[in-house]
Design a protein around this ligand. Structure first.
Ligand code: SF4
Length: 251
């Protein structure tokens, strides 16, 4: 589906931070323009087409954190703040071999647990949160990961994003859209929202996307962000959903 009034820019330029900033501003203004002029009905139709395009492109999209049970996913997601999934997977390979149960984390020697995750940013805080979180799982939830959003966000180190990731992937419970840096960037570039905070972006996305696809929608945007629509160099020329994107100005 062609969107004829969207601007295209041709020609190569020397990349520089100045140009990158200009590009981002231009993308935002184009996406914002779309935000202001597109009817709710048209946007809803476009979102369904975006979903169909991403689903076709990434039929196997899934959470790229490695885990084999809800506790491991919870621990991995707490560790993933400000880190790549790749970095987390390296650390959890040994961590999960050593700490096998909630009790193992709850009874862990704080310095030892900290040492296990020290390759990751904010490791002191993350180790402290994992321990406290697992103590709470034992004290309040019989050693199980709870299945409600309200209970999840009461756990140490667990915010909206972590709660959505764990509930959606471990239990197939869609209670929100997990908004990370890729989801935020893609939602803005695709002209779905011009909100800036994860909470506000999520509010917009849950109104646009069918609830049974909230978890997958987050995966599709993350996969597209990692493989095609990177922050610095989006590959608009080869993008599978370029005709649905108001920011396809890099072609
Ligand atoms: S890579 Fe695709 S989604 Fe990203 S800005 Fe370009 S056209 Fe839009």
């Amino acid at each position: 589906m062609a969107v004829p009034w969207l601007p295209r820019r041709n020609g190569s330029r020397n990349p520089s931070w100045f140009n990158v900033v200009l590009d981002l501003r231009e993308e935002r203004s184009v996406a914002s323009f779309q935000m202001q002029t597109e009817s709710t009905q048209t946007r809803s139709k476009r979102v369904h087409q975006i979903i169909a395009g991403l689903q076709k492109t990434y039929p196997d999209a899934h959470c790229e954190l490695h885990y084999s049970n809800p506790v491991e996913l919870l621990v991995a997601t707490i560790l993933s703040a400000q880190c790549t999934d790749k970095q987390v997977n390296i650390v959890t390979k040994d961590l999960f071999a050593k700490y096998r149960t909630v009790a193992d984390y709850a009874n862990a020697d704080p310095a030892e647990l900290q040492n296990e995750v020290r390759r990751l940013g904010f490791f002191r805080n993350k180790a402290k949160n994992i321990r406290a979180c697992c103590c709470k799982l034992i004290e309040q939830h019989g050693g199980e990961v709870p299945r409600t959003f309200e209970e999840m966000v009461q756990l140490d180190g667990v915010g909206r994003k972590t709660a959505n990731v764990v509930l959606g992937n471990a239990f197939n419970i869609n209670l929100g859209v997990a908004v990370d840096t890729h989801v935020a960037r893609l939602a803005q570039r695709l002209g779905l929202t011009d909100e800036k905070t994860p909470e506000k972006i999520e509010e917009v996305l849950v109104r646009l996307v069918p609830q049974d696809q909230w978890t997958m929608f987050s995966h599709w945007l993350i996969w597209h962000g990692r493989r095609r629509c990177s922050a610095r160099k989006p590959d608009c020329l080869n993008c599978e959903i370029q005709e649905l994107c108001p920011s396809r100005t890099k072609v």
